[in-house]
Design a protein around this ligand. Structure first.
Ligand SMILES: *[C@@H]1O[C@H](CO)[C@@H](O)[C@H](O)[C@H]1NC(C)=O
Ligand SMILES: *[C@@H]1O[C@H](CO)[C@@H](O)[C@H](O)[C@H]1NC(C)=O
Ligand SMILES: *[C@@H]1O[C@H](CO)[C@@H](O)[C@H](O)[C@H]1NC(C)=O
Ligand SMILES: *[C@@H]1O[C@H](CO)[C@@H](O)[C@H](O)[C@H]1NC(C)=O
Ligand SMILES: *[C@@H]1O[C@H](CO)[C@@H](O)[C@H](O)[C@H]1NC(C)=O
Ligand SMILES: *[C@@H]1O[C@H](CO)[C@@H](O)[C@H](O)[C@H]1NC(C)=O
Length: 423
């Protein structure tokens, strides 16, 4: 048993290359919303120049995309007043077009459009060598002509999220990789925002400069929680159109719903309740860990499609952990096999690569410690275009965040279009 564990840690060793710490900024919620994010454009942060690079590189020269995004913003109208004021403040401070700053707030929603979606109406035996009995088949739901340009939106977040009980002390660890294309540029935009009220931390969140929604968050405290969001694609024909309709109808954006949850909820139960019932603008996963508990909600805009609960036997998962990447593996979503982010198409999906390590550790009598989870995040076929990593343990008040060395990732920065073609 010792030997097995030693061998396992040997293969996992050496993965942590040069990494960077995540810059931290205090976002004072007592300031007017227009003023809150000004701290980000102070000389020396480098953030303003990087957001300008993003705008210039991917939008200025692509009128199809830019016009579709601006048309969507115009048709949608203003965001919730507080968010709209934050957007105005960021646009004024950076000099970026307000419609661009507003459009970027729909990042998570728009990019659910990218992958062909599952045809669950006709599950059948696989005849193409993929070998998934009864696998859900893929088909492509085209976008309405008017919004086709949105399909050119830079491919954004893929992710891996694991919630595990460390049997050594019973506490629960939450491990997350945030994967983005244009890794080098995006990694420059990552920061931790410590959101304060009355000079005291109310919550903290890993953010991307220019985007007001939360991406990874934590509310500290005896019954606090950590919150991670992962991209989830529509699970039925017509899902793309529904998402567009929600954006056009002005539904609150997912990232705002999540930040409001961190603000309103001091407890795990409150957060899980809110994220179970609040309307979303698009499909998404909510990965929520607390003190000795955890759950993963596969959200549809109007409700929960599937729940994984730590401590129970979940589909293909023992009670010690639950995990998700970006695909409904519990519904046999065949798209998981075509996910190129782990380095190759039809290779080992990130989820399976992570499970092999977790399962082998348990089988060898090992414990799912923070270190083991950190090594798992960095293991071959799990680490992808990763721009941010977190190991969080609410019970131990641990917020361990870092940015891997871009040079250590399985492939260098690349554009969205080649990958869309590959999928
Ligand atoms: C941000 O960058 C733009 C473009 O270079 C510049 O016009 C603007 O003044 C900058 N804002 C700040 C606060 O430095
Ligand atoms: C998927 O479902 C749609 C709607 O039911 C159907 O028209 C289409 O033929 C199906 N496509 C495949 C590849 O099964
Ligand atoms: C795992 O934790 C248990 C306590 O639950 C302890 O007895 C055991 O030694 C640990 N295993 C390893 C490999 O550290
Ligand atoms: C991991 O273990 C679970 C059962 O505990 C099993 O269902 C699953 O297939 C295993 N996955 C891998 C990749 O080993
Ligand atoms: C296919 O996916 C749908 C949800 O998208 C699910 O309800 C159904 O059970 C899945 N079918 C199979 C064979 O996994
Ligand atoms: C925290 O992160 C660092 C990398 O910055 C890593 O080396 C360390 O093992 C982590 N600690 C825990 C408890 O996960």
């Amino acid at each position: 048993m010792r030997l097995l564990l030693a061998l396992l840690s040997l293969t996992l060793a050496d993965v942590a290359a040069e990494r960077r710490s995540v810059p931290t900024y205090t976002i004072d919620l007592d300031l007017p919303p227009e003023e809150r994010f000004k701290v980000l454009v102070r000389p020396g942060t480098g953030l303003n120049a990087t957001v300008w690079k993003f705008w210039t590189k991917y939008f200025v020269g692509d009128p199809l995309l830019k016009d579709a995004l601006f048309a969507l913003v115009a048709a949608r109208g203003h965001e919730a007043p507080e968010l709209q004021a934050e957007i105005s403040g960021m646009a004024a401070a950076s000099g970026l077009p307000p419609a661009f700053v507003q459009g970027i707030q729909m990042l998570y929603e728009i990019q659910t459009l990218m992958v062909p979606i599952v045809n669950f109406s006709q599950p059948r035996l696989s005849s193409d060598g993929i070998g998934w009995e009864g696998a859900n088949r893929t088909f492509h739901e085209p976008l309405p002509k008017k919004w086709e340009g949105l399909g050119r939106f830079p491919r954004a977040p893929f992710c891996t999220g694991i919630i595990a009980t460390n049997q050594a002390d019973g506490s629960v660890y939450h491990a997350r990789n945030l994967d983005f294309f244009f890794t080098e540029l995006m990694a420059e935009l990552v920061y931790t925002g410590v959101f304060t009220r009355g000079g005291k931390e109310l919550y903290r969140a890993q953010m991307i400069a220019g985007y007001a929604g939360m991406i990874t968050g934590m509310r500290r405290g005896p019954d606090g929680y950590a919150l991670e969001r992962n991209t989830r694609y529509a699970d039925h024909w017509g899902g793309n159109k529904e998402m567009l309709a929600h954006l056009l109808s002005g539904r609150l954006l997912n990232g705002w719903v999540l930040r409001q949850t961190l603000e309103a909820c001091a407890t795990y139960a409150c957060a899980v309740g809110r994220l179970t019932s609040s309307p979303y603008a698009s499909t998404e996963y909510a990965v929520i860990s607390g003190v000795r508990k955890g759950t993963i909600l596969a959200r549809n805009p109007d409700g929960v499609a599937h729940t994984q609960t730590l401590g129970r036997h979940n589909y293909l998962q023992p009670p010690e952990y639950i995990l998700i990447t970006n695909f409904d593996f519990f519904f046999h979503d065949v798209r998981e096999l075509f996910d190129p982010t782990g380095g190759h198409i039809l290779g080992t999906p990130r989820r399976v690569a992570a499970q092999r390590i977790l399962n082998a550790t348990l089988q060898a009598g090992g414990n799912l410690t923070g270190e083991l989870l950190f090594d798992t995040l960095n293991a071959k076929d799990v680490l992808a275009d990763t721009i941010f990593q977190a190991i969080i343990n609410v019970e131990r008040d641990l917020w361990n965040v870092s940015i891997p060395d871009p040079a250590s990732l399985p492939h260098a920065t690349r554009g969205s279009r080649e990958v869309t073609a590959a999928v």
